[in-house]
Each structure stands twice: as C-alpha cells, then as structure tokens.
Design a binder for this molecule. Sequence first.
Ligand code: T46
Length: 143
Amino acid sequence: MPRGCELITFAKNQDERGVLIALEGESDEVPFPIERVYYISSVPSGCRRGFHAHEDLEQVLICVCGSVSILVDDGCSQDTVVLSGCDRGLYIGPMVWREMFSFTEGAVLVVLASRHYDAADYLADYNEFKRLVAGAAAEETEE
Ligand code: T46
C-alpha cells in the first residue's frame, strides 16, 4: 500500500436485528476530528472520478453499498483497492493521488473528512503533484 494509505476494519455491533457500525473521530478507526461528511452516488457505469491529491486533507472512504475501485498513488508507488462492505474503510492522508472507478450500480461511497471543503487544497495536476512529492523527499534526505 502506498505511503499515507491504510485499510481499516471497523468493529461491528451485530445481532439478530442486523449490523450497526459506529465511527468516532480521533479514534483508532478515524484518526482525525471529523469536520465534514459527503457521499457519492448514482455514478454512471464506466465513469472515473477523483484525479487529484490533497495537500492537507485526511479522509476515510467507506463504500456502504456496492463496491468501487480506488487507485492510490503516493508519487512513488501505486495500488488499487477494491472497497466494499460497510465494515471496511480506506484512510487516505495528504499528498496521495486518488482515482475512483468501477462503481457498481447503486454504489454509495461515504467520505469522512478532516477539514471543511477547500478548493485551494486540491492538486489536480499530476505533474505538479509528482514535483511536490519529489521536492519533499529531497528535503527529507537533506535533513
Ligand atoms: C476526494 C474524492 C474521494 C463541494 O461543494 N463540497 C465538497 O465537500 C466536495 C467534496 C465537493 N464539492 C463540489 C466540488 C465540485 O463542484 O462537488 C463537486 C464535485 O466534486 P469533485 O469533482 O471534487 O468530486 P470527486 O469525486 O472527483 O472527488 C471527491 C472529493 O472532492 C475529493 O476530496 O478525495 O471525492
């Protein structure tokens, strides 16, 4: 898995009535205060979303219905995670390029985010993203 990404399994409260999953901010499951929740649905077949990284934002993605593939790329290595099941979350930290695709019909992707929406936090140019990652790595090596 690329740097800054982690698959998380949530604890289930399951009994004969079904399943209840509770997520709290600043916990093992969601390692930041939750400031925003949004969800993505009704994605047409074959449609790809994302194509950006965030400079600062942390998020946990949960596909509560259906499944979706998520490509994550830290600028050095890439992986594709197939996310399905309401007890599975994908943590994505800052400076990770993401693309979401292969949404199944009726899929719903819920996202917990550490910050309010800020268009200025998006890096939508892949070359610029790679340049910033390489610059940060060079600074780390110098230290
Ligand atoms: C991400 C992936 C997983 C808002 O007004 N408020 C919001 O909180 C968000 C997230 C989006 N928007 C607006 C901005 C655009 O006009 O909704 C529109 C669609 O957003 P976007 O094209 O950025 O959607 P995705 O699916 O490409 O990316 C989204 C998130 O934006 C992004 O942070 O990590 O989901």
